[in-house]
Design a protein around this ligand. Structure first.
Ligand SMILES: C[S@@+](CC[C@H](N)C(=O)[O-])C[C@H]1O[C@@H](n2cnc3c(N)ncnc32)[C@H](O)[C@@H]1O
Length: 333
């Protein structure tokens, strides 16, 4: 709902409260109960096995926030908001985001401690629930665009994957990209790598037969993917050198990064940039802090920094593709 005349600060505050209310409704089962169909507060409370006062206040919040409507005491989801609330929105898993919001919130004091210090974050700062939510956020994006738009931009790579080759996905999270690739390229085999053992467990539970998940890179592979992960690496220089060695002479590295330019005007032109920049502050840049903060490459450094790092690691040819979903693809050989 447009809030004409509302000071920006309070508009932002309202948006934050809306997300908190959505996250709460998701955790309590009220979101799912509302989606079951129109109903009174008492009916929706019963569906969710929640108490009536909480349900009544939550439904009023959803009406005020613009996610639900009501007529004579009957609540229903606003027609324009259904795909955000049921998780069918193309490009991002909105339900995983509703788990990400509270999982980030509980880490806030620890993040402040890390940012105040000169050192690395504790190894388990982003583990468990957090890694699980993050690992699912991008799944619809990979389902929609990883093969048809991102990989298809490099015909040589597409042919090679179709013929069959060995592929590693470094920073694979819950394995959503590996699952999409394994379905599209049945002749190829896949190894998902992540340092978060909990997300690897999740990835293993739904792993296709042609995939394994582990914490260390194998010695040799034909294709390496680093998807939405490069800006999380504390030692991107070492990782790129290791990938260069593992790929051999005719291997291909695919890096997908948010398409920041490293230019203040360009990177702040859209208000949506607030998401990526704040994510960098709360998560990506923090995870990328190793013993030294000098090696990490932040989204703010832009594509030129990534290109330099690729060159330094011995990749001699780099082509790019501005892919669907706001990601820039780098194909390095
Ligand atoms: C933003 S998530 C992206 C996950 C997945 N690629 C996706 O797009 O859904 C970044 C992932 O990188 C992993 N990661 C960060 N640093 C890593 C490192 N040095 N080695 C392996 N994995 C790392 C994190 O545990 C996390 O799962």
């Amino acid at each position: 709902m447009p809030l004409s005349g509302m000071p920006k600060f309070f508009e932002d505050l309202i948006s934050w409260y809306s997300m908190e209310a959505l996250a709460l409704g998701h955790a309590l089962g009220l979101r799912a109960a509302l989606l079951e169909g129109p109903g009174t507060a008492a009916q929706i409370a019963q569906r969710a096995d929640a108490d009536l006062r909480t349900t009544d206040t939550w439904l009023a919040t959803m009406v005020a926030a613009g996610y639900a409507t009501h007529d004579k005491g009957i609540y229903r989801v606003d027609a324009d908001q259904v795909d955000f609330l049921d998780g069918s929105f193309t490009g991002v898993d909105t339900l995983a985001l509703l788990e990400f919001v509270p999982a980030m919130g509980v880490r806030f004091p620890a993040v402040v401690d890390v940012l105040r210090s000169a050192g690395a974050p504790p190894p388990d700062l982003y583990g468990a629930d957090f890694g699980d939510a993050v690992g699912r956020v991008g799944a619809p994006m990979y389902a929609s665009w990883l093969v048809s738009d991102w990989i298809a931009a490099d015909t040589g790579l597409l042919e090679r994957l179709s013929r069959g080759c060995t592929v590693v996905d470094l920073g694979c999270g819950g394995g959503s990209a590996v699952r999409v690739m394994a379905a599209a390229f049945p002749e190829s085999t896949f190894v998902g790598i992540d340092r978060n053992r909990e997300v690897l467990e999740r990835a293993r539970r739904s792993a296709p037969g042609s995939a394994e998940f582990r914490t260390t890179l194998p010695d040799h592979y034909d294709v390496a993917m680093v998807l939405d992960t490069f800006h999380h690496l504390d030692r991107p220089d070492l990782v790129l050198s290791q990938l260069r060695e593992g790929l051999g002479n005719d291997g291909v590295l695919v890096v997908a990064e948010p398409a920041y330019e490293g230019d203040l005007d360009a990177d702040t032109a859209s208000r949506a940039s607030v998401i990526g920049l704040t994510a960098a502050l709360l998560y990506c840049d923090v995870e990328g802090r190793g013993e030294s903060t000098n090696t990490h490459i932040s989204p703010r450094d832009g594509g030129a920094a990534l290109r330099r790092a690729l060159q330094d690691a011995g990749f001699t040819t780099v082509t790019t593709h501005d892919g669907a979903g706001g990601y820039r693809l780098y194909f390095a050989r």
